[in-house]
Design a protein around this ligand. Structure first.
Ligand code: RB5
Length: 146
């Protein structure tokens, strides 16, 4: 599994902390920007979204001020299930039930201690499958119809 990560200017400092943790844990990570200068979050969300959609074993991490813009934009990419998470329960259950493939976080709404734990939980929780398979398939079906 490779981790694709991106942020806008508001998320840059938190991204550096997340990156440091992932590298320390020996994850393979690719940073798709930004470099700290002003950036438009839809552009970064599209880059990470396309990478994750093209590589189903991979996961993505997107950080902006609130995490909201990143999640709205990333979910426009077919195959992306991006979840905005601000609490441990959501980070765990969006993997168990939604098979989310991207976690979005707000650097202006979360402390970095919580954010790092959310990433850890997200990356280490498997999809539960079973009755949730059908619901995820329904979302995929929507992508083909609307
Ligand atoms: C940038 O100022 C801010 O709008 C962005 O980081 C994000 O919060 C958007 O949803």
């Amino acid at each position: 599994m490779k981790i694709w990560i991106g942020c806008d200017h508001a998320g840059y400092a938190l991204k550096l902390e997340v990156l440091a943790m992932l590298l320390e844990q020996n994850y393979t990570v690719e940073d798709l920007g930004c470099d700290g200068s002003r950036a438009d979050y839809p552009e970064i969300a599209a880059a990470v979204g396309k990478a994750v959609a093209a590589n189903p074993e991979d996961k993505g991490i997107l950080i902006c001020g609130t995490g909201i813009g990143m999640s709205i934009a990333a979910n426009k990419v077919r195959g992306v299930r991006a979840a905005l998470c601000a609490d441990h329960f959501s980070a765990k259950y969006t993997r168990l039930h939604n098979d989310a493939n991207i976690i979005c976080m707000g650097a202006r709404t979360l402390g970095s201690g919580v954010a790092l734990e959310l990433v850890d939980l997200f990356l280490n929780t498997p999809f539960e499958g079973g009755r949730h398979e059908k619901r995820v398939a329904m979302i995929q079906d929507m992508e083909n119809h609307f």
